[in-house]
Design a protein around this ligand. Sequence first.
Ligand code: 1HE
Length: 270
Amino acid sequence: MQPTFTPATGVLAQQSLLDISRHETLLHIRLNRPAKRNALSDTLIQQLHTVFIQLPDDIRAAVISGEGSHFCAGLDLSELVERDIHSGVLHSRMWHAAFDAIQFGRVPVVAALHGAVVGGGLELASACHIRVADATTYYGLPEGQRGIFVGGGGSARIPRLMGVARMTDLMMTGRVYDAQEGLAVGLSQYVVDAGQALDKAVALAGRIAQNAPMSNFAVMHALPRIADQSQSEGLFTESLMAAVAESTPEAQSRLRAFLEGRAGKVVKAG
Ligand code: 1HE
């Protein structure tokens, strides 16, 4: 059961291809182009970018979902015709800027997936921090069949989830993974029953929003960078990040709360 979300106001309400609502410190961004299966037009990419660089200060976690029968059909192929080399590079860089604003923004983002999560749709999902798929979800990278390549950060992000060999297979052979296969290879961290992805994503975002913002920031910003570093550099980065996080007043008060018996214990699931 989801809490009641109310329509966002201000600049968020002006993003015509997104349906944006909020509940307390959670923001829900729904891709809202169902007639085109939420295909990512330039305008839609720009609107996503705008949202993530203009997040209200009191938002602490976000959920991205898709309206209609699919999460996202990827790049709007109708806009790809006759693009020259220079504008092609700039177009890809525009996607990079928007998806970087999601991955390396201020708040954790949970993707609620269903139906097709293909091409640029998978690139978008892979820029989020947690992915919840429902049983109808399927993943594909049809760029090979379309005669193009990934351009929305997929070549950097997707192999970090599933490995280069599996991504090569999807792109070269047109193989499609179902929800369970996606879970097994690391494309999603959760699979839930059909129609339940949004509820689960909102519940997870609600828990994430309770964490100290600096801890969430460290997970979002330090973990992927440390994974890209050598062990020696990574350990040094970790020490710096750990010292920063520990020294915040919020960490101090949370540690005191545990030591004084005022904070929850770690409990087994189930
Ligand atoms: C689109 C797009 C789109 C649907 N661009 N218009 N992505 C793809 O190669 C996936 C292409 N789409 C599909 O394979 C299917 O549409 C779906 C499996 C996603 C959904 O099937 P279905 O039967 O529910 O819908 P549909 O009837 O195919 O499509 C409904 C409408 O959406 C139809 O338009 P209409 O005017 O005839 O109603 C479709 O043309 C339109 N539509 N997908 C434009 N993608 C930065 S690089 C990223 C590179 C990529 O993302 S490559 C992968 C692109």
